[in-house]
Design a protein around this ligand. Structure first.
Ligand code: PLP
Length: 433
């Protein structure tokens, strides 16, 4: 009833996630609290793997975009589900390595990896470096030469397809801090450089056209542009690259305004476009890589807060203050993101109250939602934000020295702590008096 299949209402009228009673978990672990339905995450992984195999075959490699939810337990789940993973920093790489993740299944992204980070990537043996620019390529080449090792690379290309949730634009968008544009010749310069680096193996190209994309057409368009580019590289440089990574950005349902495509629909469109484009250019089918982040985790996460004050400003609005805010969910203050909210103890009652959900931090913009519908609340009630599994814990901060919440995974109705709540001691552990 509340949008994701992970949520239900039990006999007590309580909201459940993955079969577990949310108010009971809130009393067990305290609030604010992140809850994640591990069963839902695993199902999402399987849906991508099945869709890829069904529509494209075995030459398909899905990698989770770690930036959406980067914790050790997540890498264990990904490994068990046969997924690869993207990392974008030494910290994400360390998290994956520490969890025992197979480094050959890591794609190392980032538009400005430091020399030290590149060296770590080489020493860990990551599968692919996604190289952003020629300077990075030269740095990687020299590090490989020092070590007498080779590195497998993909070049990040700006394809000139920019997706907005529904529409996409076929030109422009060469003005990006990420990647090398086809139109300006930067991509060709990247290919020329890569082919001249004796320690770098150019396996293919990568692009990422946007996030929260709710249609299949932008992915098909990106596949076409990238296939044209692979053909151009064959004709210009005499090299047929075997891999194409079309990035992530598959949309999800945050509110009922969003009608996302399923993994099956997205992969069907992507595979059809890629097969047609390759046939047209007389190219062998490349290994298809995708990088879903949000769609693997966002729908399966809930944040649980305790309501503090409820303040009505006559003629204006009612603020419901919660014991979290921009520190555990900065997406509202960053992008004005929309969410649904539920009072989990009265989940079956109608949401007749219009409220603005205010955080506890010292910023007027510290809201989690504006003019949203919730069950009428009183101080002391619990309040859940739905679909917070992506880019919430991952973006959480200690602003105002607020400890970051715990993360609890739920599988088949039973719960386990995967990130403990920060303590006051954690907050001061780097301070030197
Ligand atoms: C952010 C990002 C992703 C994941 O995007 P989602 O919207 O979370 O699916 C994948 N690849 C790259 C390169 C990204 O920057």
């Amino acid at each position: 009833m509340y949008g994701t299949e992970s949520l239900a209402i039990n006999e007590q009228g309580h909201l459940t996630l993955g079969g577990a009673d949310i108010p009971a978990l809130a009393s067990k672990y305290g609030t604010p609290l992140y809850l994640m339905d591990e069963g839902g995450i695993r199902k999402a992984c399987r849906a991508y793997l099945e869709a890829g195999r069904k529509h494209y075959g075995e030459n398909f490699f899905p990698a989770f975009a770690g930036k959406a939810f980067c914790i050790g337990a997540m890498y264990r789940i990904l490994a068990e589900e046969g997924f690869g993973a993207d990392v974008v920093s030494g910290g994400e790489l360390y998290t994956a390595h520490r969890a025992g993740f197979d480094m050959r299944k890591i794609l190392y992204h980032g538009n400005n990896k430091t020399r030290a980070e590149l060296a770590e990537g080489l020493d860990y043996g990551v599968g692919r470096f996604v190289v952003d620019n020629v300077d990075e390529m030269r740095a990687l080449e020299s590090l490989c030469a020092e070590r007498n090792v080779r590195a497998g690379i993909l070049l990040r290309i700006t394809p000139g397809v920019e997706a907005h949730t529904h529409a996409y634009i076929r030109t422009g968008q060469i003005d990006s801090k990420f990647g090398m544009a086809i139109e300006t010749g930067a991509a060709d310069e990247g290919v020329r450089t890569a082919l001249s680096c004796p320690h770098l193996d150019l396996h293919g190209f990568h692009c990422h056209i946007g996030s929260q994309i709710l249609e299949t057409e932008p992915f098909a368009a990106a596949a076409e542009v990238m296939t044209d580019y692979i053909a151009h590289v064959r004709d210009t440089f005499g090299t047929v690259v075997p891999e194409l990574n079309v990035g992530g950005g598959f949309g999800i349902r945050y509110t009922e305004e969003d009608t996302p495509k399923t993994p099956d629909e997205n992969l069907a469109a992507l595979a059809a476009a890629l097969k047609a484009a390759c046939a047209g250019k007389n190219l062998p089918l490349p290994r298809l890589m995708i990088e879903p982040g949000r769609s693997i985790v966002a729908p399966y996460g809930v944040t649980v807060y305790t309501v503090g004050g409820v303040k009505t400003i006559p003629g204006y609005r009612t603020y419901v203050a919660v014991d979290g805010g921009m520190t555990d969910n900065p997406r509202y203050i960053l992008y004005g993101s929309k969410y649904e909210f539920v009072v989990p103890e009265r989940a079956s009652e109608p949401r007749t109250m219009t409220a603005t959900i205010a955080g506890r931090n010292c910023e007027s913009g510290d809201l989690v939602g504006e003019n949203v519908s919730i069950q009428p609340v009183r101080p002391g009630d619990l309040l859940c934000t739905l679909t917070t599994g992506a880019y919430c814990y991952a973006m959480a901060s200690n602003y105002n020295r607020v400890p970051r919440p715990a993360v609890v995974m739920i599988r088949d109705g039973s719960d386990r702590l995967v990130v403990r709540r920060e303590t006051l001691e954690d907050l001061v552990r780097c301070d030197i008096l």
